[in-house]
Design a protein around this ligand. Structure first.
Ligand code: SF4
Length: 359
């Protein structure tokens, strides 16, 4: 593989041998020597849920100003950016939102992205529209899918999503995704103390032996509107020991460097779970993720307070090479490791909202 060498004094590039089965990484390294591998693209800032830890209703009410159509990137612009990022080493794209499935004709974008050779294409959804859309997403070329589900009992789930949406519809979406060939489905449960920790064991029992991978996410201080407190965090250690007491677990090796979830396997062969411990066991040292917002801003960390405008370049007629140089320069200056330096003070920073940039 030939190294793409930019103009002198550009970013540092390294031809890095990577994980087994993965092609050697050639692309920019950031200041902590992390390669750029994963691009998360928020295709809409809108959502049909109002999850209390992400899009609290009191902030995102009826008069909330969402982005206008002319402001958001078109499918063609997103596909162009994806190709540029792939040339910089980003072989994985995750589509997020808001809720990505509320963006009309999303299958068309998926088909454009799926046409890029060697791209690992996945999507995170709240599952509300999945039963209806699973087959079309698969047909368009989606490879994998992650569904958010924060409880199995309706009263708790409705308290978490704050829009009175029933669990049964999300479960039907998961089944439809599996039937369409998007299995194993990953299921993400955000755990907030005092709201849904009593749902941890019922969720684990439900997905034990299902072939799907249930992941528990520590409640995070994303954005600046969810009123985050450390006291409301149920730690990864608590979650693993709670489940392990009933269904013994053993640690499993990561699938690749930079994998966000810690893997735990059921000793009885019932599959595995994951825990995403951004608060108590930071994983910034291997963070290879960058995020593109719906209106074309780049963010080098989920907890960023500011981004880099790419849309102006995209719409200015700039050639791909210039955009690639710009992205490479942004990445090479990256020093983000928010979860390693989190304090009660940093938690109050005006960080971008997760509903806007996606998880
Ligand atoms: S806090 Fe920022 S740098 Fe750390 S893992 Fe998350 S996105 Fe990456």
């Amino acid at each position: 593989m030939s190294l793409w060498v930019p103009a002198a004094a550009g970013p540092t590039y390294m031809n890095m041998p990577q994980d087994p089965g993965k092609t050697a990484h050639s692309g920019p390294l950031d200041r902590l020597h992390r390669p750029l591998r994963d691009l998360r693209i928020s295709v809409t800032d809108r959502c049909n849920f109002r999850c209390v830890y992400c899009m609290p209703k009191e902030v995102f009410g009826n008069d909330y100003q969402f982005l206008e159509r002319k402001e958001i990137l078109t499918f063609e612009e997103i596909a162009r950016v994806a190709l540029i990022f792939q040339s910089l080493g980003a072989g994985k794209i995750r589509l997020t939102g808001g809720e990505p499935l509320v963006r009309r004709n999303l299958e068309q974008l998926i088909a454009q992205l799926a046409a890029i050779p060697g791209l690992d294409l996945t999507l995170t959804t709240n599952g509300s529209l999945l039963e209806r859309k699973a087959e079309a997403l698969k047909k368009a070329g989606l490879k994998r899918i992650t569904v958010s589900l924060d409880a199995l009992d309706d009263p708790t789930f409705k308290r978490m999503n704050d829009v009175d949406f029933p669990v049964a519809k999300v479960l039907a979406g998961i089944d439809a995704a599996a039937a369409a060939g998007l299995a194993p489905v990953k299921i993400n449960m955000v755990v907030k103390r005092g709201m849904n920790e009593h749902g941890i064991l019922p969720m684990a029992r439900h997905f034990h032996g299902s072939g799907h991978i249930l992941r528990f996410i520590e409640y995070m201080d994303v954005g600046h509107t969810n009123g985050w407190r450390m006291d409301d965090v149920v730690t990864a250690r608590e979650i693993v020991s709670m489940i392990g007491r009933e269904m013994p677990l053993e640690p499993a090796d990561p699938n690749y460097t930079g994998e966000v979830a810690q893997r735990w396997r059921y000793k009885d062969g019932g599959g595995e779970i994951g825990v995403i411990a951004s608060v108590t066991q930071a994983f910034c040292r291997d963070c290879t993720r960058i995020r593109l917002s719906t209106e074309g801003k780049l963010y080098t960390c989920l907890f960023a307070t500011a981004g880099h405008d790419l849309r102006t370049l995209l719409r200015s007629g700039a050639p791909d090479g210039e955009i690639r140089d710009t992205v490479a320069a942004i990445w090479s200056k990256r020093t983000d490791r928010y979860s390693e330096i989190r304090t009660s003070q940093t938690a109050k920073l005006e960080k971008i909202e997760m509903s806007y940039i996606g998880g």
